[in-house]
Design a protein around this ligand. Structure first.
Ligand SMILES: Cc1cc2nc3c(=O)[nH]c(=O)nc-3n(C[C@H](O)[C@H](O)[C@H](O)COP(=O)(O)O)c2cc1C
Length: 169
């Protein structure tokens, strides 16, 4: 069994989850950002991670996943939206964003998805605030609720997710 853990991460949140998944694996394994992955041919299973951006998967994720035709794939995703929010609007927004991530895997064998919150960095928050775009400015306002994520519990859950995927494989 040869497993690739690959990710795209601007501010390090998704990379932390990638590293936790990688550490949990007991098999032949490789950890690389998307940009360093030359071929997928040798891998039996690929964990693919990215942040949600502008309400869906970023172009880098779409591009990478387009290469994974018929591959066994498991996704890990970070986002600013509170997971398990009691606010139905936030819940619906996150569900829609995750559905879009799932949809881009239509040509793969998608085995599962993990998601958790990721801290919105101060720099990014300032950029979103200065964008003048109301929806992006609304994200900037979410920063306080994102601080410290992914937290140790979310990192542990990500490792557990990978273990479950491996058991079922
Ligand atoms: C330009 C931009 C757009 C974003 N859009 C969303 C979004 O639509 N929904 C969301 O929940 N989070 C959004 N985020 C927050 C990121 O998904 C979150 O901070 C993520 O953990 C960043 O991951 P990274 O550190 O691996 O880059 C956005 C972040 C940026 C920079």
């Amino acid at each position: 069994m040869n497993v690739l853990v690959t990710y795209w991460s601007q501010t390090g949140n998704t990379r932390k989850i990638a590293e936790a998944i990688f550490r949990s694996l007991v098999c032949d394994k490789t950890l690389k950002p998307f940009s360093e992955v030359e071929t997928l041919d040798e891998f039996d299973l690929i964990f693919i991670g990215f942040p949600i951006m502008q309400f869906g998967p970023p172009p880098a994720a779409r591009k990478f996943i387009s290469r994974a035709e018929d591959k066994n794939v498991a996704l890990f995703i970070t986002h600013a939206t509170v997971s398990n929010s009691s606010d139905p609007i936030q819940q619906a927004m996150l569900a829609k964003e995750l559905d879009k991530c799932k949809a881009i895997c239509f040509h793969t064998k998608l085995l599962g998805m993990y998601n958790c919150q990721g801290e919105l960095s101060e720099k990014i928050s300032d950029e979103l605030n200065n964008s003048g775009i109301p929806m992006l400015m609304a994200f900037a306002a979410m920063r306080p609720s994102t601080l410290g994520h992914p937290n140790p519990e979310e990192i542990k859950l990500a490792a557990g997710f990978a273990t479950t995927i491996m058991k079922g494989f």
